[in-house]
Design a protein around this ligand. Structure first.
Ligand code: NAD
Length: 242
């Protein structure tokens, strides 16, 4: 129970995943604030701001006394707007990192995406040693990969400890993307399509488990690194199973 004195700031805490993280922190008695461009809940201190503005983030960090940032903010996947993805996910995440370093925040947990290693080909049984594809899938995934790189490169700067998580598809209460998308497909009568040979697999994770992974990652950032370090292990091929 070492984390009780932590002060959390959930960036994107008005969103689907962010709200579940806030709720789980509250449920275990932790102190949490939210930073977001929209306010949907009123039960925790809220800082209205945009992560592309470093001053707004730094102000919120100082006022809230944040020791641990959980950064879940991103535009939704599937937009035809690469400029927005790079502005928010790359520049915005760099602004979060700079503000965290400047204000002496100890921990930064970043919500990346499983899509950062996807290039359209099947990938089976891979782990985090697999490199980003040379040709990214799209602007969303490319911007998430660059943000993840920046977060991991910031590890150790002014005592900041960082980690990035890569959820796949997320389902559960509060979802505004997956079920509405499936319903729109149903309404349009587009239910007769088959993808590939109908044996394709896709990973889905319940949102409560994704949120719990963020709490565990934050807790474990204090712990010593695993041994041996992943970087000393052989890099596996992109597909381990045909
Ligand atoms: P969401 O849209 O429900 O929540 C994102 C939140 O970020 C929103 O409240 C939004 O207002 C906020 N936000 C967006 N731009 C911002 C900005 N410039 N400044 C401050 N706040 C901003 O999305 P979600 O489904 O909860 O996704 C959370 C994270 O998980 C994202 O980083 C996403 O890339 C990642 N992810 C989601 C899925 C999924 O299936 N939903 C899968 C893999 C990864």
């Amino acid at each position: 129970m070492a984390q009780r004195k932590e002060q959390y700031l959930v960036i994107g805490g008005s969103g689907f995943v962010g709200r579940h993280i806030v709720q789980q922190l509250l449920d275990r008695g932790d102190s949490v604030s939210v930073f977001d461009i929209v306010q949907r809940y009123h039960d925790v201190p809220f800082y209205s701001g945009d992560i592309t503005d470093e001053t707004q983030i730094a102000d919120a960090l100082k006022k809230s006394g944040t020791t641990c940032i959980i950064h879940t903010a991103s535009p939704p996947a599937g937009l035809n707007d690469s400029a927005l993805y790079f502005k928010v996910n790359v520049d915005g995440t760099k602004a979060v990192i700079a503000a965290a370093i400047a204000t002496g925040v100890r921990k930064l947990v970043f919500t990346s995406s499983a899509g950062v290693v996807f290039n359209g080909d099947d990938i089976v049984n891979i782990d985090e040693r697999v490199p980003f594809p040379e040709v990214p899938m799209d602007a969303y995934n490319e911007s998430k990969a660059k943000a993840e790189d920046a977060v991991l490169a910031a590890n150790g700067k002014n005592g900041l400890l960082t980690v990035a998580l890569r959820p796949a598809g997320i389902f559960g209460p509060g979802d505004r993307q997956v079920m509405s998308g499936l319903y729109q497909v149903y309404e349009r009568g587009q239910t007769h399509f088959q993808i590939g040979d109908n044996t394709n697999l896709f990973d889905w994770t319940y949102v409560g488990n994704v949120a719990r992974a963020h709490l565990l990652a934050a807790d474990k950032l204090d712990a010593p690194p695993p041994s041996p370090p992943l970087s000393t292990l052989e890099t596996p091929p992109r597909t381990l199973q045909e």
